[in-house]
Design a protein around this ligand. Structure first.
Ligand code: IMP
Length: 192
């Protein structure tokens, strides 16, 4: 069976991609290959960070692999927080603080358009391939809902009334940026 490393230890992401890919390809996590490095994400684009992580695994373990990076891009803020989404309000990856800062930045701003964007970098037989998934939507004025993570309570996807945090994971995973990027990757991997 073909083996592919997903440069993550995030159990939800692993479960999501294993469900989409089925039995054809075995997906290994960083833990599965005994990699406990904190791979630096120092690029200034999502694609750059995804490539840094995938290249690290390929260079050090010689295995085909892929990595992802996601950001929330807000139109009125020129695409911010973007690649800095996790650390928007500081280095502590605090979602509450990040949302509070975002709502403060958008206070009085009428253009609430935003999108989540996921970039995936695959390195297969030494060749790099990029995939992308986008979900468009808007930032509301006050948080709603308790499920999900990150900016979910303030993001309403286009065509829906609920925030990602009110929707529940099953529904979110059908339309999310990450699901769309993963579908692109899977279509490539499962090509005839
Ligand atoms: P990562 O690249 O998947 O680690 O995502 C980086 C950051 O983007 C996270 O720390 C969250 O702040 C935000 N983010 C990514 N995906 C989502 C999502 O599905 N909902 C809400 N926030 C997200």
């Amino acid at each position: 069976m073909k083996k592919l490393v997903f440069a993550t230890n995030n159990a939800h992401k692993l479960e999501e991609i294993r469900a989409i890919l089925g039995d054809e390809i075995e997906i290994l996590s960083l833990k599965d290959i005994h990699c406990d490095a904190d791979i630096p994400e120092t690029a200034d684009t999502l694609e750059g960070n995804a490539a840094l992580k995938a290249e690290y695994v390929y260079r050090n373990y010689g295995m085909d692999c892929f990595a992802d990076d996601t950001g929330l891009e807000v139109e009125a803020l020129g695409g911010a927080p973007g690649v800095y989404s996790a650390r928007y309000a500081g280095s502590s990856h605090d979602s509450e603080a990040n949302m509070k800062k975002l709502l403060a930045e958008l206070n009085g701003v009428t253009n609430r358009k935003a999108q989540f964007r996921t970039a995936i970098c695959l390195i297969e037989k030494g060749e790099k391939h990029l995939f992308e998934g986008i979900v468009k939507g808007a930032i509301i004025e006050a948080r709603r809902g308790n499920s999900g993570f990150g900016y979910d309570p303030v993001f309403v996807p286009e065509g829906y009334a609920e925030t990602f945090a009110e929707m529940g994971n099953d529904e979110k995973n059908k339309i999310s940026h990450r699901a769309r990027a993963v579908q692109q990757l899977c279509a490539y991997l499962n090509r005839p």
